[in-house]
Design a protein around this ligand. Structure first.
Ligand SMILES: C[S@@+](CC[C@H](N)C(=O)[O-])C[C@H]1O[C@@H](n2cnc3c(N)ncnc32)[C@H](O)[C@@H]1O
Length: 202
């Protein structure tokens, strides 16, 4: 089963442990520190980061390849009264050619780590085109060791993960790593895995 089909089935089954009204504190801190501008939410799911950004005055483009996730995100944005500030797109984050530069901030909470090697390159090239000098890219990803980063998923249905070195290689040429933290993510009623936050500046 490919990543799209697996994710589609998760949404259909209600297996969406990231469904929370608020984004992670790292996202809220970033929003508190930056003036409102244009933001991109990559793999937006039900839109918690996009909606939070819009509530704080940002204009947001939010992308996810699961139509049911985008439909629900649109509904939630309407309920929150911010539908006019968010454009939701059913699309792959590996093919962002339909978006117009420039953005002040791109956020990815848990999407990059699910991509194939080829899709990561398309994603990176999209970000390089869309983010101007001085803009920010905040990334949260499952971190794997090189030995275990190859399988698509595992028996716990967790994302395939990405190695720290791959993250640094992918973005290190075009972005400056301002800060990185690593820890353990505990999925409610699920597995625990190593993860990292990366604050990149273009
Ligand atoms: C772990 S969820 C996190 C959702 C959201 N960022 C949040 O924090 O609530 C990852 C999301 O990335 C989306 N995704 C994974 N691969 C994608 C791709 N190639 N293109 C677009 N979306 C993708 C999934 O459909 C899913 O909604």
């Amino acid at each position: 089963m490919d990543a799209f089909e697996r994710m589609k089935q998760r949404y259909e089954a209600g297996d969406v442990p990231w469904d929370d009204p608020l984004p992670p504190p790292e996202v809220m801190d970033m929003v508190a520190k930056l003036p409102a501008g244009r933001a991109l939410d990559l793999g937006c799911g039900y839109g918690r980061s996009a909606i939070y950004l819009a509530r704080h005055g940002w204009q947001v483009d939010a992308v996810d390849f699961i139509p049911a996730a985008i439909a629900e995100a649109r509904r939630r944005a309407k309920v929150a009264g911010v539908a006019g500030r968010i454009r939701f797109h059913v699309a792959s984050v590996a093919e962002l050619g339909f978006l117009e530069p420039f953005y002040d901030l791109a956020i990815d909470v848990g999407c990059l780590h699910a991509l194939t090697d080829e899709d990561r390159v398309g994603y990176r090239n999209g970000l390089v085109r869309l983010l101007p000098a001085g803009s920010w890219y905040l990334l949260f990803a499952r971190l794997r060791s090189p030995e275990t980063a190859v399988s698509q998923t595992d028996e716990t249905n967790s994302p395939r993960g990405i190695t720290r070195d791959t993250v640094l290689e992918l973005f290190g040429q075009e972005f400056t790593l301002v800060k990185a933290t690593e820890g353990i993510t505990h999925v409610p009623d699920g597995p625990s895995w190593a993860s990292g936050w990366f604050w990149w500046q273009r």
